[in-house]
Design a protein around this ligand. Structure first.
Ligand code: HEM
Length: 146
């Protein structure tokens, strides 16, 4: 997609006036400013959901396939939730271009934090069957559980 854009809920909310009207339908954001005058369902119906997620309202009407096709024309970008947009901000303001170089640090922290509690002590017992045959040798202390 050439003009792929992520739109936060915060940004969507700003476009709630008749001369600057965006709505979200099924996770996609549409700029219906120019379309509102042409909307067969009326301008007011679109004004009422300006700056909002109008998925329910759009679907309740049972819009035709033609109407759904028309959506493409007004596509602005994808709606992102608060968490995703926060992640976006983190990436864009980070001095490193990607999160990957930070991963080892995170992993080390996690291991050292959990190392005390995640060592599993297994009793040193020999597993035998009914005839006394050794099925498994005694287990040593082991394993840091991830
Ligand atoms: C970009 C978004 C939208 C487009 C492209 C669109 C398009 C259309 C079209 C083409 C029709 C004629 C009937 C049909 O073909 O289904 C229609 C009717 C209608 N639309 Fe929309 N619509 C949009 C958003 C909305 C929203 C968000 C609402 C509600 C809040 C809404 C409410 C209605 C209503 C009430 C009708 C009249 C239905 C009738 O008279 O049977 N529309 N719309």
């Amino acid at each position: 997609m050439d003009n792929f854009k992520l739109v936060t809920l915060e940004e969507l909310k700003k476009h709630n006036k008749p001369d600057d009207l965006w709505i979200a339908i099924e996770g996609k954001v549409y700029n219906v400013t120019k379309f509102r005058n042409e909307h067969p369902g009326g301008e007011e119906t679109l004004d009422e959901v300006g700056g909002l997620n109008a998925t329910v309202q759009f679907n309740e009407v049972g819009h035709s396939q033609e109407a759904k096709q028309m959506l493409k024309k007004y596509y602005v970008g994808h709606l992102v939730s608060g968490e995703e947009s926060a992640a976006q901000t983190a990436i864009s303001t980070s001095p490193t271009p990607s999160l990957l170089p930070q991963l080892p640090e995170t992993t080390t922290t996690l291991q050292s934090e959990q190392s005390q509690s995640s060592i599993v002590a297994i009793p040193e017992t020999v597993v035998t069957n009914a005839t006394g045959k050794v099925l498994a040798p005694p287990a040593k202390q082991c394993c840091v559980v991830a």
